[in-house]
Design a protein. Structure first.
Length: 167
């Protein structure tokens, strides 16, 4: 099932190849409580029910924001979709696709972030130092490091000190 993007939504995309089988990568990501281990600004995730999670995000100037995320679709070893809750026109939506590479020990991960408020929302995030395209790409690089090596060294677009570096 394909979700067409909303009119006026701004899409940000990034991809990474991970040196692990698709079942391993999908299984790690599907447990959304693992996300703070590689997302640069998410410090905690609390499960509310099987499909709903409360995120704690640290924004510019150390401001903590809580957000509720809902898992909207999951297809084993293929796809995960989740979105923020709230008014439909203001929801951020993520689609993460997993595909076995030519070598079955490798996984292609492709993420699309559908941002609310179109170009205006995108411009506002860039202005406050949170460029979405760079953040999505950095998050995927951290996912790759974590799944392949068990640790994260990538500090770009992460809150200061979260992954051991200057951030």
């Amino acid at each position: 099932m394909s979700h067409p993007s909303r009119p006026g939504a701004h899409l940000v995309e990034a991809s990474v190849t991970i040196e692990r089988p698709v079942a391993d990568v999908y299984g790690f990501y599907h447990d959304l409580e693992n996300l703070p281990r590689f997302l640069g600004d998410v410090t905690a995730i609390e499960r509310v029910d099987p499909a709903t999670f409360r995120w704690t995000i640290v924004g510019p100037l150390g401001v903590r924001v809580r957000s509720t995320i809902r898992l909207t679709e999951a297809r084993t070893n293929e796809l995960i979709r989740y979105e923020t809750t709230g008014p439909p026109g203001l929801r951020a939506r993520w689609t993460v696709r997993f595909a076995a590479a030519v070598d079955p020990g490798r996984t292609e991960v492709h993420e699309v972030l559908e941002m609310p408020l179109g170009r205006l929302g995108h411009a506002a995030l860039v202005l406050i130092g949170k460029p979405p395209a760079a953040e999505v790409a950095a998050n995927l690089r951290r996912l790759k490091q974590l799944v392949e090596t068990g640790e994260v060294t990538e500090t770009a677009h992460a809150i200061r000190g979260k992954f051991g570096g200057p951030g």
